[in-house]
Design a protein around this ligand. Sequence first.
Ligand SMILES: Nc1nc2c(c(=O)[nH]1)N[C@H]1C(S)=C(S)[C@@H](COP(=O)(O)OP(=O)(O)OC[C@H]3O[C@@H](n4cnc5c(=O)[nH]c(N)nc54)[C@H](O)[C@@H]3O)O[C@H]1N2
Ligand SMILES: Nc1nc2c(c(=O)[nH]1)N[C@H]1C(S)=C(S)[C@@H](COP(=O)(O)OP(=O)(O)OC[C@H]3O[C@@H](n4cnc5c(=O)[nH]c(N)nc54)[C@H](O)[C@@H]3O)O[C@H]1N2
Ligand code: SF4
Ligand SMILES: [Mo]
Length: 748
Amino acid sequence: MDNNWHSSACILCENNCGIKVQLGGEQGREIVRIRGDEEHPASAGYLCQKASGLNHYQNGRDRITTPLKRQADGSFAPIPWDQACREIMDRFTAIRDQHGGDKIFYYGGGGQGNHLPGAFAVATRAILGSRYRSNALAQEKTGEFWVNAQMFGHQVRGDFEHCDVAFFIGKNPWQSHGVPRARAFLKDLHKDPKRHMIVVDPVLTETAKLADIHLRVRPGTDAWLLTALVAQLIQSGNLDDSWLQDHTEGLEQLREYFLGVDAVAYAAMAGISETQLAETLALLKSARGLAVFEDLGVQMNRHSSLNSYLEKLLWVLLGHFGVPGGQNIPAQLQNVAGSGRVSGATPVTQAPIISGLVPCNVIAEEILNDHPDRFRAILIEAANPVHSLAGSDHFRKALRSLDLTVVIDIAMTETASEADYVLPAATQYEKWEATFFNFELHANYFHLRKPLFAALGDSLPEAEIHARLIEASADAPVALVAKLKQVAESDGPQGVMEALLGEMGQDSSVARMASYLLYRSLGPLLPDNAREAAVLLPLALQFAGRESESLARAGYAGDPVSQALALFDAMTKQHSGVVFARDTEQDSWRRLGPDRPINLVIPPLLAELEGLSKGPETMTSSQYPFVLSAGERRDYSANTIYRGPEWRRKDRTGALRINPEDARSLGVQDNEQLRVTSEAGTAITCVQISDRMMPGHLSLPNGFGLDNANGERSGVAVNELTSPGHRDKFAGTPFHKSVAVRLERVES
Ligand SMILES: Nc1nc2c(c(=O)[nH]1)N[C@H]1C(S)=C(S)[C@@H](COP(=O)(O)OP(=O)(O)OC[C@H]3O[C@@H](n4cnc5c(=O)[nH]c(N)nc54)[C@H](O)[C@@H]3O)O[C@H]1N2
Ligand SMILES: Nc1nc2c(c(=O)[nH]1)N[C@H]1C(S)=C(S)[C@@H](COP(=O)(O)OP(=O)(O)OC[C@H]3O[C@@H](n4cnc5c(=O)[nH]c(N)nc54)[C@H](O)[C@@H]3O)O[C@H]1N2
Ligand code: SF4
Ligand SMILES: [Mo]
């Protein structure tokens, strides 16, 4: 490529904007310049300020380059790969044989930029008989998934590009994105007199400042506001009854729950006036296309599953499903959200498993007990749960009590440093990688990124790590690999898929090994040595089987098998991403099912709704008088993907934001320090006085407080302050956005 510019993507949030990078520096191993990739189907050249630091990820601190084994004295020693794989598999299989493979838990599998590790781990877990798993989705989105499954049978997505009213609830897209080109989008929306925005957030965020209506709800009381909106709407009596009759079921039953609600009183309990309630409803009713995005402000808060339900009732009652600018069901290459259904309960705490994921807030509890069915070993990959899950201390204790902890990461993280073995992964710019965050309706795209660098030291792509783990066990399907390899060499991708399907027909357990089998057989034959891409072939085939028409409109002609082969070929060769589905709103209706009405009634959530009449629960006490929003997205926060603070141009340690009145009563000035204490822990933080915050409300950013090699920390690790017991009663999602704390001056 000219001047050493290469195509890739930013890996810091779900948008995965296309980037062009110029490589240079020592041995060409640095990302020296970054610009937006104009050819990328969704981002079209857009980047936010965070992407310019990506070299801090690629060449970040704490990188590990060789397998590590914990020694008797607690330190780590480097060991060769074959020893690491053999010892790990010996210990895992011993646990499997003695206690059952279902005692081997799997956590992670991908983050904001990497979803392939999880696919390869399926094969390793099949060998081990590992049944239970989880990842970060089970601490934010499972409540919403569960609600969507019951209402639509699918996940839905707002069409912000075509909406005339955008509605953000507990979401600050100026900082967090989530809609393509978020800042440009918000600015355009703000300027356009025909389009409007409503924001529900206790904080005067950058997004709220651009809104037509900012509902500055009291922290943790969204359920009352949303109930008031739905009730007012139902009571106003001017719903489109014929649309609702045709497309929904349960309206009459639903009415019963809302007719008796005093909407004005409920809104008041959330801190919202009668006038604001009326203005909001008027704007919502006037919308031609109402696109809604609820996020962590409500999903990590009191009544989170109920909030998801109420939010969806609101726009369904207004008829915004399957219309331009409303909610739609996009085509899915791979469904990251899973089914949204409950598939049983966890072995010890009996928590519901939604979308196949154990609620993150119960994992430590599932381990720290003497129940015979407790988890006894864990494999953690591409995640930092000691830092990211509620109650870091508790989680650390749980890991220490296990018979075996193995972590696959690029860096020595807070989680890796608790492990028995740490396996070094190549970074996302040193291997083929991709995500399945593909949620656009009209032109949905997938982006397989080509490696920019060779893997550092002895680090390896996860595909290779899993292959080596499998091959270190006595159960590796050696003969089948050899057979498929021969087929791949003689008959190419189509031949190998046919052979694999034949094998699956005879032995259903082969399906779970598919990623590994394809990686070893077809992988080496792919152009540019794109071995990790072999796993995309069955996805392309399944997709073509389900969505042949969408694929045809995206330019892939022929029968489903030829379409799939052409798509697979394009995915591996087009390095700025490919459009794999072109749809209209009609496709949302088709996916919903022609005779399937939208279900309006979720009995357990309606029962919870009745409990709201008592008014919001008191969250604070004289001991803990403030409500802390623990984990805000800011200009320079990016989960824990960047480990060092050097990339931050401001707010290096992540200040505690506090209202001027509260600062005055505590006698604290900007940049001074305060001690923040919750029932779970305590931390020292510097202060930023800001009228963004309402009195009594505090915020600390997400992703700070990482430890460097000397054990020094920059900023507060928020989950030292959170407790796993504070969680939603249905989905088990945490209440991170309303943690009761007290503040004390630090005497220097
Ligand atoms: N800059 C940056 N961007 C990111 C990330 C990052 O770390 N940094 N992480 C990515 C990830 S993993 C995710 S999941 C998304 C999350 O994206 P968001 O959900 O948008 O992020 P947050 O800032 O955590 O929370 C959103 C808002 O909830 C508000 N809030 C707090 N309490 C309440 C309440 O009681 N009610 C309401 N209605 N709102 C409340 C906060 O004030 C905040 O403005 O961001 C992604 N993008
Ligand atoms: N209190 C509080 N806690 C929160 C939140 C909050 O708002 N408040 N937000 C939560 C949310 S929404 C999320 S999504 C989670 C995120 O938390 P996690 O899912 O734990 O993930 P990340 O912080 O994104 O860290 C990803 C890990 O992957 C590693 N990594 C990066 N690239 C690779 C790779 O190619 N291979 C491998 N194997 N590893 C790699 C990084 O070094 C890092 O350890 O945090 C959550 N925690
Ligand atoms: S919006 Fe910003 S952080 Fe997210 S992918 Fe794009 S450039 Fe990266
Ligand atoms: Mo997230």
